[in-house]
Unconditional design. Structure first.
Length: 97
């Protein structure tokens, strides 16, 4: 029996997210993000949740967060104002792996 190899987007699509719309678990300080030269968050987030908009501002959507903390560790300009695990029953629910 052959093992089926799945790519990252396919694996991520199996996860279930219970999004807390009232209380995001990650908050950014946009003024510090603006002055950041390196912007590691754009490349280190395994879910690709940090993106540049048309004006060059960093946008972030906590809805698909994998709660790995990589952005918090790699942010060297203190752009992440707060990072906490989501409240009980909210966040990612892994279904495979």
């Amino acid at each position: 029996m052959a093992i089926r190899v799945m790519d990252t987007p396919e694996l991520l699509s199996l996860n279930k997210f219970n999004v807390d719309e009232k209380e995001p678990h990650i908050r950014l300080d946009k003024s510090k993000c603006r002055s950041c030269q390196d912007r590691p968050c754009l490349v280190v987030c395994p879910a690709g949740l940090y993106r540049l908009d048309q004006e060059g501002e960093i946008n972030f959507d906590h809805a698909g967060c994998l709660e790995c903390g990589t952005c918090r560790v790699m942010c060297n300009n203190k752009g992440i104002q707060s990072w906490n695990y989501p409240r009980a029953t909210f966040g990612v629910h892994y279904r495979l792996g």
